[in-house]
Design a protein around this ligand. Structure first.
Ligand SMILES: [Zn+2]
Ligand SMILES: [Zn+2]
Length: 73
């Protein structure tokens, strides 16, 4: 249910955490995120890096297949 509510910031009391990792289900102030709503925390990203990236410059979203850069966040 969290995936579609990307624009609700400010309508409720803003939580300290902005992201929820789809992998470990924990909330974080930072996650690697894809435009489709996929979010993964730093720890899970590192753990799954072998499956998400092959060059450590871009990572591929397992949900939609979009390539996202590591550098822009
Ligand atoms: Zn995680
Ligand atoms: Zn995606």
């Amino acid at each position: 249910m969290i995936r579609r509510s990307g624009k609700t910031r400010g309508s409720r009391r803003t939580p300290v955490t902005d992201f929820e990792c789809v992998c470990c289900r924990a909330a974080f102030r930072f996650c690697w995120s894809c435009r489709c709503g996929f979010q993964i925390c730093q720890a899970c990203m590192l753990e799954n890096r072998w499956g998400l990236t092959c060059n450590n410059i871009d990572w591929q979203c397992p949900d939609c297949g979009t390539w996202n850069g590591y550098g822009n966040q």
